[in-house]
Ligand binder design. Structure first.
Ligand SMILES: [Zn+2]
Ligand SMILES: [Zn+2]
Length: 544
């Protein structure tokens, strides 16, 4: 089976924070899982280096767009690597490959009759003497009356045209813009209405999209799809591949989502591979992002793919809800955020992955608090998982002089483990990562209980054969936990596999072949609970 996984493309205009990581982590869990299973996986993403947020930041800091993009792209690459994300390609949208692919897609859509030219009204700032990109216009959302940007309302998720805004203002100078005529190119999205209705209905029946994705897509379809301008007068981006219009740029609606395709093509070219299989109708295609990105992946991207005759539409939409921080909405402008480079400097990446997997905002917003974070590490990762491994290995070191006893293992536990591969695997495939890791940790707690009840420290004196069986069973559990937890906790499972000299990993029951253990070190360090207060103080002090 071929599995394509597309992680959302973070804007290269500011550091990644835990909200981004919570939205993107499912992609890496999927990629690791499917590779363990032996499937052909292509997992791609990249930094969005076009678009207005970057030019806004560059203006503010007196830097070039390229300098800003380089800085954050480099930082993103490092953060993802420190978090253990296993992208097959993590690229950027200001590269030649992306530009050429987007232009090709634009021309194909035009040749197939899906793009047309039209005279239109656009916001123009007399003070700044320029047409204003959507995000350069701010005002009041006509639907929910909250303050909103010109492209989309963050409060009610309505996709907007800046002309819809009430009380519009230029973001650059604060004055009210005027309206001027200009020519733009339009994507005939309305023509895909019926096809997309059938597509969303099929996804709903299959149950492979998050509920928020189904709801929002149904809402857009119910409101009726409108043709959308896909060219803009922007300072940066992909130039329009149409003679006489090279000054205009391909708008983010087509440009950004096409990154999945251009990254795939780039990966294929750089690795002398073919990526055709990932774009066929029978490939699985997961798209992993936050809920604000839903319509681009469930409506726009499928319409573009249909428009250029590509069969491989998104099959699974993994669109997380939001992560709050200490019960408050994350805000980058107010610096109410935990930044990825910062938390990675001081905490184990598996602690972060564990917390964001087991508290994943899958069906509702969830909260990150330093208290919960420290306690979940100390109590569950260290206290349950780390402890089970440590007590077993230490016992072998002490009572068996490091030689792992060979014995028939408990057959009911063997069956439980086999069942876990099937059940946890299904949960991962269906996008229920939280339930998946919960199930493995329920088994970790069971394993500790098994150890307590067997009392090997007594067995070793009273019934050596029985003790051999207990310890052999515990070792079997550890070997299999290291595989079952690999998609979630790659760093600590790698350590365990090192201790057990396991070579090849699979997503299937494995016997424990280890003969000796030595040099036992705890898997995790305990975090001092004093850190909770320190971290919360730091957060409050540094926020505005
Ligand atoms: Zn609104
Ligand atoms: Zn202005």
């Amino acid at each position: 089976m071929s599995v394509f996984i597309g992680g959302a493309w973070p804007y290269a205009n500011g550091s990644l924070h835990l909200g981004h990581i919570a939205a993107l982590l499912p992609g890496d869990i999927l990629a690791r899982y499917y590779r363990l299973k032996g499937e052909r996986v292509l997992y791609v993403s990249g930094s969005d280096c076009n678009g207005t947020p970057i030019s806004i930041r560059a203006n503010q800091e007196g830097k070039t767009i390229r300098e800003i993009a380089d800085h954050y792209h480099q930082e993103f690459t490092e953060s993802f690597s420190r978090l253990g994300f296993t992208y097959d390609l993590y690229t950027r949208t200001d590269g030649a490959f992306h530009h050429e692919t987007v232009q090709r897609i634009f021309l194909d859509l035009m040749e197939n009759g899906h793009i047309y030219k039209k005279e239109t009204d656009q916001m123009y700032c007399e003070t700044d003497q320029r047409f204003l990109p959507d995000r350069y216009v701010e005002g009041i959302c006509p639907v929910c009356a909250h303050p909103s940007r010109g492209d989309q309302c963050d409060n009610c998720s309505t996709i907007l045209d800046p002309l819809d805004l009430l009380e519009p203002k230029c973001k650059l100078c604060g004055n009210a813009p005027t309206v001027k005529k200009t020519e733009q190119f339009y994507f005939a999205l309305s023509a895909f209405q019926e096809e997309l209705e059938a597509y969303v209905k099929e996804a709903k029946d299959r149950g492979a999209w998050r509920e928020n994705a189904i709801h929002l897509s149904e809402r857009y379809l119910k409101e009726g799809l409108l043709d959308r301008a896909v060219s803009r007068d922007l300072p940066n981006g992909v130039p329009l591949p149409v003679e006489g219009y090279e000054d205009k740029k391909v708008y983010v609606w087509i440009e950004a989502v096409s990154g999945y395709y251009s990254a795939s093509r780039q990966w294929a070219a750089e690795n002398h591979e073919s990526d055709e299989e990932f774009w066929q109708g029978d490939a699985k295609a997961y798209y992993v992002h936050g809920k604000d990105n839903i319509p681009f992946h469930t409506i726009i991207w499928p319409a573009i793919l249909k428009g250029i005759g590509v069969q491989g539409l998104p099959t699974h939409i993994v669109s997380n809800e939001y992560l709050t921080l200490e019960k408050r909405k994350l805000s980058t402008s107010k610096n109410w955020a935990v930044w990825a480079p910062d938390i990675l400097d001081r905490y184990n990446p598996d602690s972060i992955r564990y917390f964001l997997a087991i508290n994943a905002p899958e069906n509702r917003d969830t909260d990150f608090s330093w208290r919960e974070f420290i306690y979940s590490h100390n109590g569950e990762l260290l206290g349950a998982y780390g402890n089970f491994i440590n007590r077993t290995l230490k016992f072998i070191e002490k009572s068996y002089e490091g030689t792992v006893p060979k014995a028939e293992v408990d057959s009911s536990i063997k069956r439980t483990i086999e069942g876990l591969y099937e059940s946890v695997g299904r949960k991962i495939e269906e996008g229920h990562f939280k339930e998946g890791i919960e199930e493995v940790f329920a088994f970790v707690r069971f394993a500790n209980k098994y150890f307590d009840e067997k009392e090997p420290w007594k067995e070793i004196k009273e019934n050596r054969a029985s003790c051999d069986q207990t310890i052999a069973t515990c070792m079997l559990i550890i070997a299999n936990l290291s595989q079952l937890l690999n998609p979630f906790l790659p760093f600590s499972t790698k350590k365990v596999q090192g201790m057990l000299a396991m070579e090849e990993l699979n997503w299937a029951f494995v016997a424990c072949e280890t003969n000796t253990v030595s040099n036992i070190k705890p898997l995790f360090e305990r975090y001092d609970v004093k850190r909770i207060e320190e971290e919360v103080d730091k957060l409050i002090k540094e926020s505005d």
